[in-house]
Design a protein around this ligand. Structure first.
Ligand code: BG6
Length: 506
Protein backbone atom coordinates (compact mmCIF):
# COMPACT_ATOMS: atom_id res chain seq x y z
CA UNK A 1 0.00 0.00 0.00
CA UNK A 2 1.37 3.40 -0.87
CA UNK A 3 2.06 5.23 2.37
CA UNK A 4 -0.42 7.99 2.96
CA UNK A 5 1.36 11.37 2.93
CA UNK A 6 0.25 12.15 6.47
CA UNK A 7 1.62 8.88 7.81
CA UNK A 8 5.17 9.82 7.00
CA UNK A 9 7.52 11.00 9.68
CA UNK A 10 8.37 14.14 7.85
CA UNK A 11 5.28 15.30 6.04
CA UNK A 12 7.19 18.10 4.34
CA UNK A 13 9.41 15.68 2.44
CA UNK A 14 8.25 15.65 -1.15
CA UNK A 15 4.50 15.66 -0.45
CA UNK A 16 2.26 17.57 -2.79
CA UNK A 17 0.35 20.52 -1.47
CA UNK A 18 -3.40 20.17 -1.88
CA UNK A 19 -4.76 22.02 -4.91
CA UNK A 20 -6.13 25.53 -4.61
CA UNK A 21 -9.73 25.65 -3.47
CA UNK A 22 -12.32 27.62 -1.56
CA UNK A 23 -13.38 25.78 1.58
CA UNK A 24 -16.83 26.91 2.61
CA UNK A 25 -17.72 25.88 6.16
CA UNK A 26 -21.43 25.96 7.03
CA UNK A 27 -21.57 26.30 10.80
CA UNK A 28 -18.71 28.80 11.12
CA UNK A 29 -19.55 29.55 14.75
CA UNK A 30 -20.12 25.92 15.73
CA UNK A 31 -18.26 23.58 17.98
CA UNK A 32 -16.92 21.29 15.27
CA UNK A 33 -15.35 24.19 13.41
CA UNK A 34 -13.60 25.44 16.52
CA UNK A 35 -12.59 22.17 18.16
CA UNK A 36 -11.61 20.08 15.17
CA UNK A 37 -11.62 21.75 11.76
CA UNK A 38 -9.43 24.72 12.67
CA UNK A 39 -6.84 22.62 14.55
CA UNK A 40 -6.79 20.21 11.57
CA UNK A 41 -6.25 23.07 9.11
CA UNK A 42 -3.55 24.46 11.40
CA UNK A 43 -1.78 21.07 11.45
CA UNK A 44 -2.01 20.84 7.65
CA UNK A 45 -0.61 24.35 7.43
CA UNK A 46 2.30 23.38 9.72
CA UNK A 47 2.99 20.43 7.44
CA UNK A 48 3.09 22.72 4.38
CA UNK A 49 0.26 20.76 2.80
CA UNK A 50 -2.17 23.55 1.96
CA UNK A 51 -2.29 25.60 -1.21
CA UNK A 52 -1.24 29.23 -0.96
CA UNK A 53 -4.44 29.92 -2.91
CA UNK A 54 -6.69 28.36 -0.27
CA UNK A 55 -9.59 30.55 0.77
CA UNK A 56 -11.86 29.73 3.71
CA UNK A 57 -15.36 31.12 3.94
CA UNK A 58 -17.30 30.54 7.14
CA UNK A 59 -21.08 30.70 6.83
CA UNK A 60 -23.32 31.18 9.84
CA UNK A 61 -26.74 32.62 10.56
CA UNK A 62 -25.41 34.62 13.53
CA UNK A 63 -23.85 38.00 12.78
CA UNK A 64 -20.06 38.35 12.62
CA UNK A 65 -17.46 39.73 10.20
CA UNK A 66 -14.01 38.72 8.92
CA UNK A 67 -12.13 40.37 11.78
CA UNK A 68 -14.53 39.07 14.42
CA UNK A 69 -14.43 35.49 13.15
CA UNK A 70 -10.63 35.56 12.92
CA UNK A 71 -10.42 36.84 16.48
CA UNK A 72 -12.87 34.20 17.82
CA UNK A 73 -10.91 31.40 16.20
CA UNK A 74 -7.53 32.80 17.19
CA UNK A 75 -8.70 33.01 20.81
CA UNK A 76 -9.99 29.43 20.67
CA UNK A 77 -6.72 28.17 19.21
CA UNK A 78 -4.80 29.95 21.97
CA UNK A 79 -7.11 28.45 24.61
CA UNK A 80 -6.03 24.96 23.50
CA UNK A 81 -2.55 25.63 24.87
CA UNK A 82 -4.09 25.76 28.35
CA UNK A 83 -6.50 22.85 28.01
CA UNK A 84 -4.83 19.45 28.14
CA UNK A 85 -8.18 17.64 27.90
CA UNK A 86 -9.12 19.23 24.53
CA UNK A 87 -8.94 17.01 21.42
CA UNK A 88 -6.21 19.35 20.25
CA UNK A 89 -3.52 20.39 22.63
CA UNK A 90 -0.24 22.14 21.82
CA UNK A 91 2.25 23.92 24.05
CA UNK A 92 2.12 26.93 21.79
CA UNK A 93 0.45 27.96 18.55
CA UNK A 94 3.02 28.61 15.86
CA UNK A 95 2.38 32.15 14.60
CA UNK A 96 3.32 31.44 10.98
CA UNK A 97 1.23 28.27 10.67
CA UNK A 98 -1.86 29.82 12.27
CA UNK A 99 -1.28 33.13 10.46
CA UNK A 100 -1.44 31.24 7.16
CA UNK A 101 -4.96 30.08 8.10
CA UNK A 102 -6.13 33.27 9.84
CA UNK A 103 -5.37 35.52 6.88
CA UNK A 104 -7.45 33.28 4.63
CA UNK A 105 -10.60 33.38 6.81
CA UNK A 106 -13.65 35.25 5.57
CA UNK A 107 -17.05 35.41 7.21
CA UNK A 108 -20.38 35.29 5.40
CA UNK A 109 -23.68 35.70 7.24
CA UNK A 110 -26.53 33.71 5.74
CA UNK A 111 -29.62 31.71 6.58
CA UNK A 112 -29.05 28.05 5.57
CA UNK A 113 -32.68 27.74 4.52
CA UNK A 114 -32.93 30.79 2.22
CA UNK A 115 -32.12 30.68 -1.50
CA UNK A 116 -30.77 34.26 -1.36
CA UNK A 117 -27.92 33.11 0.89
CA UNK A 118 -26.65 30.75 -1.78
CA UNK A 119 -27.09 33.29 -4.58
CA UNK A 120 -24.98 35.78 -2.65
CA UNK A 121 -22.44 33.08 -1.78
CA UNK A 122 -22.15 32.13 -5.47
CA UNK A 123 -20.75 35.59 -6.22
CA UNK A 124 -17.78 34.83 -3.96
CA UNK A 125 -16.85 31.46 -5.38
CA UNK A 126 -15.01 30.48 -8.50
CA UNK A 127 -12.92 27.46 -9.36
CA UNK A 128 -12.53 24.49 -7.00
CA UNK A 129 -14.77 24.50 -3.96
CA UNK A 130 -15.51 22.24 -0.99
CA UNK A 131 -18.70 22.84 0.96
CA UNK A 132 -18.40 21.45 4.47
CA UNK A 133 -21.68 20.85 6.33
CA UNK A 134 -20.56 21.34 9.95
CA UNK A 135 -24.17 21.94 10.92
CA UNK A 136 -26.96 20.08 12.72
CA UNK A 137 -28.20 17.12 10.68
CA UNK A 138 -31.55 18.78 9.90
CA UNK A 139 -29.68 21.27 7.69
CA UNK A 140 -27.83 18.72 5.51
CA UNK A 141 -30.72 18.50 3.02
CA UNK A 142 -31.47 22.25 2.90
CA UNK A 143 -27.77 23.17 2.44
CA UNK A 144 -27.29 20.73 -0.44
CA UNK A 145 -30.57 21.88 -2.05
CA UNK A 146 -29.50 25.52 -1.71
CA UNK A 147 -26.09 24.83 -3.23
CA UNK A 148 -27.62 22.85 -6.09
CA UNK A 149 -30.27 25.44 -6.91
CA UNK A 150 -27.66 28.21 -6.96
CA UNK A 151 -25.60 26.20 -9.48
CA UNK A 152 -22.75 25.86 -6.99
CA UNK A 153 -22.43 22.10 -7.46
CA UNK A 154 -21.82 22.21 -11.23
CA UNK A 155 -18.34 20.88 -11.90
CA UNK A 156 -16.24 21.62 -14.96
CA UNK A 157 -13.02 20.01 -16.19
CA UNK A 158 -11.16 22.81 -14.42
CA UNK A 159 -13.13 23.06 -11.21
CA UNK A 160 -14.30 20.43 -8.75
CA UNK A 161 -17.24 20.94 -6.44
CA UNK A 162 -17.44 18.65 -3.38
CA UNK A 163 -19.70 18.45 -0.36
CA UNK A 164 -18.61 17.06 3.00
CA UNK A 165 -21.44 15.72 5.16
CA UNK A 166 -21.00 14.97 8.84
CA UNK A 167 -22.82 12.37 10.90
CA UNK A 168 -25.53 11.51 11.84
CA UNK A 169 -26.48 10.63 8.27
CA UNK A 170 -30.14 9.74 8.85
CA UNK A 171 -31.68 8.26 11.97
CA UNK A 172 -32.84 4.97 10.43
CA UNK A 173 -32.78 3.22 7.07
CA UNK A 174 -35.72 5.16 5.63
CA UNK A 175 -34.35 8.59 6.57
CA UNK A 176 -30.83 7.70 5.35
CA UNK A 177 -32.27 6.56 2.01
CA UNK A 178 -34.39 9.70 1.78
CA UNK A 179 -31.37 11.94 2.48
CA UNK A 180 -29.25 10.08 -0.07
CA UNK A 181 -32.02 10.42 -2.67
CA UNK A 182 -32.43 14.12 -1.87
CA UNK A 183 -28.76 15.08 -2.14
CA UNK A 184 -28.18 12.91 -5.22
CA UNK A 185 -30.75 15.04 -7.06
CA UNK A 186 -28.32 17.96 -6.77
CA UNK A 187 -24.96 16.32 -7.58
CA UNK A 188 -23.26 13.00 -8.38
CA UNK A 189 -22.29 10.44 -5.77
CA UNK A 190 -18.59 11.13 -6.39
CA UNK A 191 -19.06 14.75 -5.25
CA UNK A 192 -20.25 13.71 -1.77
CA UNK A 193 -17.77 13.01 1.03
CA UNK A 194 -19.73 11.49 3.95
CA UNK A 195 -17.38 11.73 6.86
CA UNK A 196 -16.88 9.25 9.70
CA UNK A 197 -14.15 10.55 11.96
CA UNK A 198 -13.17 7.02 13.04
CA UNK A 199 -11.64 6.65 9.58
CA UNK A 200 -9.36 9.57 10.37
CA UNK A 201 -7.79 7.58 13.20
CA UNK A 202 -4.31 6.36 12.36
CA UNK A 203 -4.72 2.75 13.50
CA UNK A 204 -8.04 2.39 11.71
CA UNK A 205 -6.32 3.29 8.45
CA UNK A 206 -3.49 1.00 9.42
CA UNK A 207 -5.79 -2.04 9.53
CA UNK A 208 -5.49 -2.25 5.74
CA UNK A 209 -1.69 -2.08 6.02
CA UNK A 210 -1.56 -4.71 8.77
CA UNK A 211 -3.80 -7.06 6.84
CA UNK A 212 -2.59 -6.58 3.30
CA UNK A 213 1.06 -5.56 3.61
CA UNK A 214 2.08 -8.55 5.74
CA UNK A 215 2.11 -12.07 4.37
CA UNK A 216 1.74 -13.60 7.84
CA UNK A 217 -1.72 -12.40 8.88
CA UNK A 218 -4.08 -12.63 5.95
CA UNK A 219 -3.90 -16.44 5.55
CA UNK A 220 -5.16 -16.76 9.15
CA UNK A 221 -7.83 -14.07 8.82
CA UNK A 222 -10.78 -16.41 8.25
CA UNK A 223 -13.22 -18.83 9.79
CA UNK A 224 -10.79 -21.76 9.82
CA UNK A 225 -8.48 -19.97 12.29
CA UNK A 226 -10.51 -17.23 13.95
CA UNK A 227 -12.81 -18.20 16.82
CA UNK A 228 -14.45 -14.80 17.23
CA UNK A 229 -13.77 -11.07 17.12
CA UNK A 230 -14.51 -8.46 19.80
CA UNK A 231 -14.88 -4.82 18.80
CA UNK A 232 -14.98 -2.36 21.69
CA UNK A 233 -15.47 1.40 21.91
CA UNK A 234 -15.69 2.12 25.63
CA UNK A 235 -15.72 5.71 26.85
CA UNK A 236 -15.37 7.05 30.38
CA UNK A 237 -17.16 10.31 29.56
CA UNK A 238 -20.88 10.55 30.18
CA UNK A 239 -23.51 12.32 28.11
CA UNK A 240 -23.04 15.49 30.17
CA UNK A 241 -24.08 18.59 28.16
CA UNK A 242 -25.24 16.64 25.07
CA UNK A 243 -28.55 15.44 26.55
CA UNK A 244 -30.81 17.09 23.97
CA UNK A 245 -28.90 15.45 21.10
CA UNK A 246 -28.47 12.12 22.89
CA UNK A 247 -32.02 11.56 24.20
CA UNK A 248 -33.59 10.85 20.77
CA UNK A 249 -30.36 9.24 19.51
CA UNK A 250 -28.93 6.71 22.00
CA UNK A 251 -25.79 4.63 21.77
CA UNK A 252 -26.99 2.41 18.93
CA UNK A 253 -27.66 5.23 16.46
CA UNK A 254 -24.75 7.33 17.71
CA UNK A 255 -22.05 4.69 17.32
CA UNK A 256 -23.06 1.45 15.61
CA UNK A 257 -24.17 1.86 11.97
CA UNK A 258 -21.36 4.38 11.47
CA UNK A 259 -18.23 4.06 13.64
CA UNK A 260 -18.55 0.42 14.72
CA UNK A 261 -19.47 -0.66 11.20
CA UNK A 262 -16.43 1.13 9.81
CA UNK A 263 -14.21 -0.83 12.18
CA UNK A 264 -16.04 -4.02 11.26
CA UNK A 265 -15.68 -3.37 7.52
CA UNK A 266 -11.98 -2.58 7.78
CA UNK A 267 -11.23 -5.73 9.70
CA UNK A 268 -13.51 -8.13 7.85
CA UNK A 269 -13.75 -6.97 4.21
CA UNK A 270 -12.15 -8.94 1.39
CA UNK A 271 -8.87 -7.58 0.01
CA UNK A 272 -9.75 -4.95 -2.63
CA UNK A 273 -8.21 -5.24 -6.10
CA UNK A 274 -6.37 -1.98 -5.50
CA UNK A 275 -6.39 0.95 -3.09
CA UNK A 276 -8.53 2.89 -5.48
CA UNK A 277 -11.43 4.51 -3.56
CA UNK A 278 -14.13 2.63 -5.45
CA UNK A 279 -12.40 -0.74 -5.07
CA UNK A 280 -12.07 -0.28 -1.29
CA UNK A 281 -15.57 1.10 -0.84
CA UNK A 282 -17.08 -1.71 -2.88
CA UNK A 283 -15.48 -4.30 -0.61
CA UNK A 284 -16.69 -2.44 2.47
CA UNK A 285 -20.22 -2.24 1.12
CA UNK A 286 -20.21 -5.96 0.28
CA UNK A 287 -19.16 -6.79 3.83
CA UNK A 288 -21.74 -4.49 5.43
CA UNK A 289 -24.44 -6.01 3.25
CA UNK A 290 -23.39 -9.51 4.37
CA UNK A 291 -24.11 -8.68 8.04
CA UNK A 292 -27.36 -10.40 9.03
CA UNK A 293 -29.98 -7.97 10.33
CA UNK A 294 -29.40 -8.03 14.10
CA UNK A 295 -32.19 -9.64 16.09
CA UNK A 296 -33.11 -8.45 19.61
CA UNK A 297 -31.92 -11.68 21.25
CA UNK A 298 -28.43 -10.87 19.97
CA UNK A 299 -28.47 -7.41 21.49
CA UNK A 300 -28.27 -5.79 24.91
CA UNK A 301 -29.09 -2.19 25.71
CA UNK A 302 -27.91 -0.57 28.93
CA UNK A 303 -28.12 2.79 30.67
CA UNK A 304 -25.71 4.07 33.30
CA UNK A 305 -26.81 4.74 36.84
CA UNK A 306 -24.87 6.86 39.33
CA UNK A 307 -21.41 5.58 40.17
CA UNK A 308 -17.75 6.46 40.53
CA UNK A 309 -15.56 7.38 37.61
CA UNK A 310 -11.88 8.17 37.98
CA UNK A 311 -12.20 8.75 41.72
CA UNK A 312 -15.25 11.01 41.68
CA UNK A 313 -18.99 10.51 42.04
CA UNK A 314 -20.85 10.89 38.76
CA UNK A 315 -24.61 11.17 38.22
CA UNK A 316 -26.96 8.72 36.57
CA UNK A 317 -27.82 9.29 32.90
CA UNK A 318 -31.37 10.21 33.99
CA UNK A 319 -29.93 13.02 36.13
CA UNK A 320 -27.89 14.57 33.31
CA UNK A 321 -29.12 17.95 31.95
CA UNK A 322 -31.86 17.74 29.28
CA UNK A 323 -32.51 14.05 29.95
CA UNK A 324 -35.96 12.76 31.00
CA UNK A 325 -36.03 11.42 34.56
CA UNK A 326 -37.68 8.24 33.21
CA UNK A 327 -35.57 8.13 30.01
CA UNK A 328 -35.43 4.82 28.17
CA UNK A 329 -32.47 5.85 25.96
CA UNK A 330 -29.55 3.43 25.92
CA UNK A 331 -26.03 4.62 26.72
CA UNK A 332 -24.54 1.16 26.13
CA UNK A 333 -25.01 -1.49 23.46
CA UNK A 334 -23.61 -5.00 23.11
CA UNK A 335 -24.31 -6.97 19.95
CA UNK A 336 -23.52 -10.29 18.40
CA UNK A 337 -23.11 -9.88 14.64
CA UNK A 338 -23.08 -12.68 12.11
CA UNK A 339 -21.58 -12.29 8.69
CA UNK A 340 -23.11 -14.36 5.97
CA UNK A 341 -20.19 -14.90 3.64
CA UNK A 342 -17.65 -17.57 2.79
CA UNK A 343 -14.84 -16.16 4.94
CA UNK A 344 -16.75 -15.47 8.14
CA UNK A 345 -19.74 -17.86 8.30
CA UNK A 346 -20.01 -19.11 11.90
CA UNK A 347 -17.54 -16.56 13.36
CA UNK A 348 -19.35 -14.19 15.73
CA UNK A 349 -18.30 -10.55 15.84
CA UNK A 350 -19.19 -9.17 19.27
CA UNK A 351 -19.50 -5.41 19.41
CA UNK A 352 -19.85 -3.25 22.52
CA UNK A 353 -19.88 0.48 23.02
CA UNK A 354 -20.90 2.59 25.96
CA UNK A 355 -20.44 5.74 27.97
CA UNK A 356 -19.27 5.99 31.58
CA UNK A 357 -17.46 2.70 31.45
CA UNK A 358 -14.59 1.49 33.63
CA UNK A 359 -11.91 2.60 31.18
CA UNK A 360 -11.39 4.22 27.80
CA UNK A 361 -10.64 1.65 25.14
CA UNK A 362 -11.27 1.45 21.42
CA UNK A 363 -9.90 -1.72 19.92
CA UNK A 364 -10.51 -4.75 17.74
CA UNK A 365 -9.47 -8.05 19.26
CA UNK A 366 -9.11 -11.08 17.00
CA UNK A 367 -9.42 -14.25 19.07
CA UNK A 368 -7.77 -17.11 17.20
CA UNK A 369 -8.67 -20.76 17.65
CA UNK A 370 -6.42 -22.52 20.18
CA UNK A 371 -3.57 -24.82 19.21
CA UNK A 372 -4.34 -28.50 19.91
CA UNK A 373 -3.82 -29.30 23.58
CA UNK A 374 -2.66 -32.86 22.74
CA UNK A 375 1.02 -32.09 22.66
CA UNK A 376 0.95 -30.65 26.18
CA UNK A 377 -1.27 -33.28 27.81
CA UNK A 378 1.55 -34.97 29.78
CA UNK A 379 2.93 -31.66 31.07
CA UNK A 380 1.75 -29.48 34.02
CA UNK A 381 -0.02 -27.22 31.50
CA UNK A 382 -3.78 -26.88 32.18
CA UNK A 383 -4.86 -25.59 28.81
CA UNK A 384 -3.46 -23.88 25.77
CA UNK A 385 -4.83 -20.35 25.81
CA UNK A 386 -5.76 -19.02 22.39
CA UNK A 387 -3.80 -16.21 20.76
CA UNK A 388 -5.46 -12.82 20.81
CA UNK A 389 -4.36 -10.05 18.48
CA UNK A 390 -5.51 -6.61 19.61
CA UNK A 391 -5.53 -3.73 17.17
CA UNK A 392 -5.53 -0.78 19.56
CA UNK A 393 -7.04 2.48 18.39
CA UNK A 394 -7.56 4.61 21.53
CA UNK A 395 -6.14 5.78 23.83
CA UNK A 396 -2.83 4.17 22.77
CA UNK A 397 -2.51 3.42 19.08
CA UNK A 398 -0.71 0.19 18.37
CA UNK A 399 -1.01 -3.56 18.16
CA UNK A 400 -0.52 -6.28 20.78
CA UNK A 401 -0.60 -10.04 20.32
CA UNK A 402 -0.76 -12.47 23.21
CA UNK A 403 1.25 -15.61 22.62
CA UNK A 404 2.31 -18.64 24.65
CA UNK A 405 5.97 -19.38 25.35
CA UNK A 406 7.76 -21.81 27.62
CA UNK A 407 8.14 -20.33 31.08
CA UNK A 408 11.75 -20.64 32.30
CA UNK A 409 12.52 -23.70 34.44
CA UNK A 410 13.01 -27.44 34.18
CA UNK A 411 9.39 -28.29 33.42
CA UNK A 412 7.37 -27.62 30.30
CA UNK A 413 5.05 -24.89 31.58
CA UNK A 414 3.49 -22.31 29.39
CA UNK A 415 3.83 -18.61 30.05
CA UNK A 416 1.57 -15.98 28.50
CA UNK A 417 3.42 -12.99 27.03
CA UNK A 418 2.69 -10.10 24.72
CA UNK A 419 4.44 -8.85 21.64
CA UNK A 420 3.43 -5.30 21.01
CA UNK A 421 4.11 -2.20 19.02
CA UNK A 422 2.96 1.36 19.77
CA UNK A 423 2.97 4.14 17.22
CA UNK A 424 4.56 6.59 19.63
CA UNK A 425 7.62 4.35 19.95
CA UNK A 426 8.27 4.09 16.22
CA UNK A 427 6.99 7.23 14.59
CA UNK A 428 7.42 10.88 15.26
CA UNK A 429 3.73 11.51 15.91
CA UNK A 430 2.49 14.88 14.81
CA UNK A 431 -0.32 16.43 16.87
CA UNK A 432 -3.41 15.18 15.11
CA UNK A 433 -7.14 15.58 15.67
CA UNK A 434 -8.08 12.98 13.08
CA UNK A 435 -9.55 15.43 10.56
CA UNK A 436 -6.23 16.27 8.89
CA UNK A 437 -6.17 13.21 6.65
CA UNK A 438 -9.87 13.54 5.88
CA UNK A 439 -9.62 17.23 4.88
CA UNK A 440 -6.47 16.67 2.85
CA UNK A 441 -8.03 13.67 1.09
CA UNK A 442 -11.14 15.65 0.25
CA UNK A 443 -9.01 18.45 -1.21
CA UNK A 444 -7.01 15.98 -3.28
CA UNK A 445 -10.11 14.03 -4.34
CA UNK A 446 -9.35 10.75 -2.58
CA UNK A 447 -12.68 9.38 -1.34
CA UNK A 448 -11.33 6.08 0.06
CA UNK A 449 -11.94 7.10 3.68
CA UNK A 450 -15.42 8.47 3.06
CA UNK A 451 -18.66 6.56 3.07
CA UNK A 452 -20.56 5.83 -0.09
CA UNK A 453 -24.38 5.87 -0.04
CA UNK A 454 -24.63 2.06 -0.15
CA UNK A 455 -22.22 1.68 2.78
CA UNK A 456 -24.30 4.00 4.97
CA UNK A 457 -27.54 2.29 4.03
CA UNK A 458 -26.13 -1.18 4.72
CA UNK A 459 -25.18 -0.08 8.26
CA UNK A 460 -28.70 1.15 8.93
CA UNK A 461 -30.27 -1.96 7.37
CA UNK A 462 -28.35 -4.22 9.78
CA UNK A 463 -29.59 -2.39 12.90
CA UNK A 464 -33.13 -1.75 11.64
CA UNK A 465 -34.76 -4.70 13.53
CA UNK A 466 -33.37 -3.27 16.78
CA UNK A 467 -34.67 0.22 16.12
CA UNK A 468 -38.15 -1.27 15.84
CA UNK A 469 -37.87 -3.65 18.79
CA UNK A 470 -36.23 -1.16 21.14
CA UNK A 471 -39.00 1.40 21.00
CA UNK A 472 -40.56 -0.41 23.96
CA UNK A 473 -37.73 -2.64 25.31
CA UNK A 474 -36.42 -1.58 28.72
CA UNK A 475 -32.79 -0.65 29.31
CA UNK A 476 -30.54 -2.73 31.59
CA UNK A 477 -28.95 -0.55 34.29
CA UNK A 478 -25.18 -0.55 34.83
CA UNK A 479 -23.23 1.49 37.35
CA UNK A 480 -21.12 4.33 35.96
CA UNK A 481 -17.50 3.21 36.10
CA UNK A 482 -18.36 -0.48 35.56
CA UNK A 483 -17.84 -2.78 32.55
CA UNK A 484 -21.49 -2.56 31.45
CA UNK A 485 -24.67 -4.49 32.23
CA UNK A 486 -24.62 -8.14 33.31
CA UNK A 487 -26.77 -9.06 30.31
CA UNK A 488 -23.79 -8.18 28.09
CA UNK A 489 -21.67 -10.79 29.88
CA UNK A 490 -24.52 -13.28 29.51
CA UNK A 491 -24.62 -12.62 25.75
CA UNK A 492 -21.09 -14.03 25.43
CA UNK A 493 -21.45 -16.59 28.25
CA UNK A 494 -24.22 -18.25 26.23
CA UNK A 495 -21.56 -18.98 23.60
CA UNK A 496 -18.97 -20.02 26.21
CA UNK A 497 -16.99 -16.79 25.76
CA UNK A 498 -16.04 -13.71 27.81
CA UNK A 499 -15.37 -10.07 27.03
CA UNK A 500 -11.77 -8.97 27.43
CA UNK A 501 -11.50 -6.86 30.60
CA UNK A 502 -11.56 -3.09 30.20
CA UNK A 503 -8.69 -1.10 31.64
CA UNK A 504 -9.78 0.33 34.98
CA UNK A 505 -9.00 4.02 35.36
CA UNK A 506 -8.50 4.91 39.01
C1 BG6 B 1 -19.10 10.72 18.15
C2 BG6 B 1 -20.27 10.44 19.03
O1 BG6 B 1 -19.43 10.51 16.81
O2 BG6 B 1 -18.02 9.86 18.51
C3 BG6 B 1 -19.89 10.64 20.49
O3 BG6 B 1 -21.35 11.31 18.70
C4 BG6 B 1 -18.68 9.82 20.85
O4 BG6 B 1 -20.98 10.32 21.36
C5 BG6 B 1 -17.55 10.04 19.84
O5 BG6 B 1 -18.26 10.22 22.13
C6 BG6 B 1 -16.42 9.08 20.09
O6 BG6 B 1 -15.33 9.44 19.30
P1 BG6 B 1 -13.86 9.30 19.83
O7 BG6 B 1 -13.01 9.73 18.68
O8 BG6 B 1 -13.73 10.17 21.05
O9 BG6 B 1 -13.70 7.85 20.17
Amino acid sequence: MAEHPLLQNDVKAGIARAPACTLVIFGAGGDLTKRLLMPALYNLSSGGLLSKDLKIIGVDHNANDDAGWRKDLTDTMQSFTKDKSAEFHADHIDAASWGFIAERLHFFQGDFEKDESYKALAEKIEGNAIFYCAVAARFFGPVVDGLGKAGLLKQTDDAFRRVVIEKPFGSDLASAKALNARILKQADENQFYRIDHFLGKETVQSIMAIRFANGIFEPLWRREYVDHVQITAAETVGVEMRGSFYEPTGALRDMVPNHMFQLLCMVAMEPPNSFDAEAVRTEKAKLAEAVKPIQPDHAVRGQYTAGREQGRDVPAYRDEPNVATDSNTETYVALKLEIDNWRWAGVPFYVRTGKRMAGRLTEIAIHFKPAPYRLFRDTPTDAVAPNVMRIQIDPDAGETTEINVKAPGPQMRLGRVETSFFYKDFFDEKPNVGYETLLYDCMTGDATLFQRADNIEAGWAAVEPLLDAWRSAPVEPYAAGSAGPKAADDLLARDGRKWLPLPVEA
